[in-house]
Design a protein around this ligand. Structure first.
Ligand code: IDP
Ligand code: MG
Length: 138
């Protein structure tokens, strides 16, 4: 079993897509192991996306991610990291495959509805960034 971090980003929460996205997660066989609603401070968004701090979109990304509430979840399944990324679709909703969350709910390459970890090491870091072991159902 593998775990990954999922975020329903501020654009999707604002437009009322929490339920739709959770429904797709459940239908896909990915298991919810932790779930919370919170609003990131600018400093928390900066720390979470530290890996991107040299990218030109970093400042804008941190503004966006702290612009409203997000839903943060731990998902678990065999191959959860790849399965969640496939369900999300490509970073840019315009390039995402039909039926993916970013295609259906994303606005643009920045406001793309959902986040997912990209590798086992980043998943471990990202899960631990938001949840203690006591928060995660085993
Ligand atoms: P990912 O979310 O598909 O893993 P990353 O390259 O890790 O994509 O980028 C993190 C986030 O930064 C994206 O989900 C998106 O919100 C934002 N982002 C990525 N590329 C761009 C860009 O070219 N312009 C603006 N925002 C971007
Ligand atoms: Mg990424």
């Amino acid at each position: 079993m593998e775990r990954t971090l999922a975020i329903v980003k501020p654009d999707a929460v604002r437009r009322g897509f929490i339920g739709d996205i959770i429904k797709r997660i459940e239908a896909s066989g990915l298991k919810l192991r932790a779930l919370k609603l919170m609003r990131l401070t600018r400093a928390q968004a900066e720390a979470f996306y530290e890996v991107h701090k040299e990218r030109p979109f970093y400042g804008s990304l941190c503004d966006y991610m702290s612009s409203g509430p997000v839903v943060i979840a731990v998902l678990e399944a065999d191959n959860a990291i790849l399965r969640w990324r496939e369900l999300m679709g490509a970073t840019d909703p315009k390039k995402a495959n039909p039926g993916t969350l970013r295609k259906d709910f994303g606005i643009d390459v920045e406001q793309n509805a959902v986040h997912g970890s990209d590798a086992p090491e980043t998943a471990a870091r990202e899960v631990a960034f938001f949840f203690s072991t006591l928060d995660i159902v085993s």
